[in-house]
Ligand binder design. Structure first.
Ligand code: GAL
Length: 350
């Protein structure tokens, strides 16, 4: 019996992981392992689970073999995220990488982490006080959406029509930037009759809002719909269809969701914005590793005084699917061009 216990002890020592030996309790962390919390905001956008998480995990592992990424997804609930944050800290997280559900509220988390000397990387969504911040240029995202909508309206001859804006969550700092970028392009050029901030990016809220707006303003004179991301774009298509609109008017999105790319092929959505996860995740991994080892995060600019990297978003429409999302390995042609979309794919040259 004693030798068995010793053997287990030896295995534990070899693994250098006390956690593997069932150690629990207050002493946070495990010898030899550095916990890093990767905290994403929601599952309505598939990007976080599907692309950001594996890319960040692989990138950090390549830089820091003893790092262990603990993944959390807050399902769009700020309180859940707060609880996940507390649990990450008590588990001994040495760094926290977070895409905040509530950007302002998350400042308290940054303060708490700092008081325990745990650095914070603001991932995709800005948080004041973070040690570093990486995102895409969110104002530029909005500009691309606005310009893409304008171009499509002009091509379709709907420049005089009513424009409906379905914006992102008011607690997401990016949403304000998407909106201001779009407004920069659209102000004075089109007639915006309706602008709705979607609670927590909730597609049901977006659909209800647009359905009511279509009842109010009618469906005869639709110029276009500026939807801030693909989740609310899908909800907008549902609202337009339930109001009997056909074909779809010019309509934007963001995130290059598979279903959005398929809607673009099928002519139900004009464009999406591609923000490849790899450079964002790699940049965040570099920042995290530098902060863990006392080095300097590689940044190229500052955003409200926080050292930052802002990557360049890319517009995707029916003309460049192969050169963007397919080439980057996001989706294969086969994944996009299922039986239902095969004829449309053929017509689009995919
Ligand atoms: C934004 C993010 C987008 C999209 C959206 C909904 O902050 O930049 O890529 O995912 O949230 O989660």
């Amino acid at each position: 019996m004693r030798s068995k216990i010793l053997a287990i002890g030896a295995i534990c020592a070899a693994l250098m992981s006390l956690a593997a030996c069932g150690k629990t309790g207050a002493a946070a962390g495990s010898a030899g392992v550095e916990h890093v919390a990767f905290m994403m905001p929601d599952q309505t956008a598939t990007r976080y689970d599907k692309f950001d998480r594996p890319q960040f995990t692989a990138a950090l592992k390549a830089l820091c073999s003893k790092c262990q990424v603990d993944y959390y997804n807050a399902s769009n609930d700020a309180q859940t995220q707060q609880a996940q944050f507390e649990s990450a800290l008590s588990k001994g997280a040495k760094a926290v990488v977070i895409s905040a559900v509530d950007g302002k509220g998350a400042q308290a988390m940054v303060a708490e982490a700092k008081s325990q000397s745990v650095p914070v990387v603001a991932y995709d969504r800005y948080i004041a006080g973070a040690n570093a911040y990486i995102s895409y240029d969110n104002e530029k995202v909005g500009e691309l959406q606005g310009q893409g909508l304008l171009d499509a309206m002009s091509a379709r001859g709907t420049l005089q029509g009513n424009v409906f804006m379905i914006n992102g969550s008011p607690t997401d700092p990016n949403a304000a930037d998407f909106k201001s970028g779009a407004m920069k392009v659209l102000t004075g050029k089109v007639h915006i009759v309706f602008s709705h901030d979607t609670t927590n990016w909730d597609p049901t809220d977006a659909q209800n809002a647009l359905e009511q707006a279509l009842q109010r303003y009618g469906t005869k004179n639709i110029g276009g719909v500026l939807a801030a991301a693909d989740g609310v774009a899908e909800a907008s298509v549902a609202a337009l269809k339930s109001a009997g609109v056909n074909p779809m008017p010019p309509l934007t999105g963001q995130d290059a969701e598979l279903t959005a790319v398929q809607r673009i092929v099928a002519g139900e959505q004009t464009l999406t914005i591609f923000k490849e996860a790899k450079p964002e995740a790699q940049g965040a991994a570099q920042m995290t590793n530098a902060l863990l080892t006392g080095g300097k995060p590689e940044t190229s600019t500052t955003f409200e005084n926080v050292p930052a990297v802002l990557l360049k978003p890319v517009l995707v429409n029916s003309g460049n699917i192969a050169q963007t999302v397919v080439q980057a390995g996001y989706y294969t042609r086969e994944e996009i061009c299922t039986a239902q979309f095969a004829p449309a794919c053929k017509a689009a040259g995919l």
